[in-house]
Design a protein around this ligand. Sequence first.
Ligand SMILES: Cc1cc2nc3c(=O)[nH]c(=O)nc-3n(C[C@H](O)[C@H](O)[C@H](O)COP(=O)(O)OP(=O)(O)OC[C@H]3O[C@@H](n4cnc5c(N)ncnc54)[C@H](O)[C@@H]3O)c2cc1C
Length: 423
Amino acid sequence: MKIIIIGGGPAGMMAAISAKQKNSKNEVIILEKNDRLGKKLLITGKGRCNITSSLNIEDFIRNIPGNGKFLYSVFNEFDNKDIISFLHKQGLAVKEERGNRIFPITDKSIDVLNCFIKKIEELKITVKYNTKAEELLIDSNNEESKIYGVKTNKGNILSDRIIIATGGKSYPLTGSTGDGYTMAKKVGHSITELNPSLVPLEIYEKEDCKKIQGLSLKNIKIQILDKTKNKIIYEDFGEMLFTHFGVSGPIILSSSAHLIRYKNIKQLMKDKKILLKIDLKPVLEEEKLDNRILRDFNSEKNKQYKNSLEKLLPQKLKPLIIEKSSINKEKRVNEITKLERRKLVELLKDLEFYISKFRPIEEAIITAGGINIKEINPKNMESKKIKGLYFAGEIIDVDAYTGGFNLQIAYSTGYVAGRECDE
Ligand SMILES: Cc1cc2nc3c(=O)[nH]c(=O)nc-3n(C[C@H](O)[C@H](O)[C@H](O)COP(=O)(O)OP(=O)(O)OC[C@H]3O[C@@H](n4cnc5c(N)ncnc54)[C@H](O)[C@@H]3O)c2cc1C
């Protein structure tokens, strides 16, 4: 049987490997529009590749807010232990870090990619580089539509099975430009709304942002509120970053995956109703924080307020807090009143910014939305509309939080699509 896989990312590479391993007589071809495989895989985990998570399947599903349950079957077929064992067999050991995150022992994503490439070469899978799939060729004469090939920039290629693994729409320079959605739509598939997920957020207070651009805050707590209902939409503890447009960093990216699912979120952001609250000192209750500031002030009574707070805050954040506290910055610290100090404490426990929008999908880690899961058989990833057509990876309407879950989705769906497609 001839099997064509469109896209040489983790989903497509795994699909090709499993199709060939299932039956060595299968002719398996990967079409990749770049001049190399796995361009996006290389930039994952800041070049270290968070391969997967060590959590069990139930917890995996909990970390996949976008249609996690659809993946039960594929995770039962191929899970985190299977990818770790696959890498081991290619000679790459892994290690576990905080938050159940699995990384290659070498801390290099290229070593993960090389495991796939090594196996692809060993199995003699053909890779056609610089080959862009443009259109699916289907035969609709009978009652049921059936795939028979694909049109590419280098001509038509006939095949018995096609697996689309073209990824999402984010980081288009890696090759993931959303071609798969267009091809699938043209043959009758529906695509659910595409949205950025795990994406930085813009805020209204741009001037403040510019002053603290590049500042990374660790061990802070955030809350994101819908001000129309005074309802907390998201709460987290960890690390965030200020940029020239707003906020980013791990807990902000995670928050975006929740926000994108909140009803009417884009309009609420437009109406300036989505508030980000940052607690800069989450382990200190107000009383204790006040005592701490008082102690600091007492130890340097004659210091001007503008020169104080260095023990309490990162250097870059100091001027903004001093300005926002509305305390005269020329004042000596021993002249600061109890009321003023209270206000400072409130500010440190509750630094507020209003979120204006999500950054564009091009800057997102992942695309939320994609091929409607109702049109895919969860057991084998085959299209319910077109016989012989399969899907794998980010193109499917599934998306997860950070932590290695998104890559696991790619390998698991790829593995099942590849193995099942010659049934
Ligand atoms: C900055 C960043 C960091 C990330 N870090 C992590 C992480 O540490 N852990 C994690 O789990 N997830 C991470 N992700 C998410 C993860 O990279 C994706 O979930 C994963 O790459 C999806 O795999 P895929 O094979 O479905 O698609 P992709 O990796 O996007 O691969 C699709 C391939 O298809 C090719 N293609 C597209 N259209 C065509 C066409 N018409 N013809 C031929 N070829 C085509 C593309 O060139 C590309 O090579 C990260 C994402 C980004 C952007």
